[in-house]
Write a protein of this length. Structure first.
Length: 103
């Protein structure tokens, strides 16, 4: 009985089982009917947009740089010791974030 639980044997047993379930599903579904509405984009009952909401990757890169600077800066501050250079580093980090936000 333990041989049925070994991965290769179980895999070989599940292939025909999955094929039977897929065949039963196709038989229960009935014949296909082609319709133009089935091939259109669906957006919760609304017409699909014809233009991009935010074209290009620029908005994504701004957000990615913001989080990269913020997370890496806090990681450097958190791992390092609190000494006299930490406030200078924190001010530089805040200036970089402000420059990134303001463009």
């Amino acid at each position: 009985m333990d041989i049925l639980l070994s991965p290769p044997v179980a895999f070989l047993l599940y292939i025909p089982l999955v094929a039977l379930i897929a065949l039963a599903g196709r038989l229960m579904a009935g014949p296909q009917q082609h319709d133009a509405a089935k091939t259109r984009n669906y957006g919760s009952g609304e017409e699909a947009q014809t233009q991009l909401a935010a074209p290009g990757y620029r908005p994504f890169f701004l957000i990615a740089f913001f989080f990269a600077i913020l997370h890496l800066g806090m990681l450097v501050l958190g791992v390092g010791n609190l000494d006299t250079i930490s406030p200078v580093y924190l001010i530089g980090l805040l200036m970089a974030l402000a420059a990134l936000i303001l463009g």
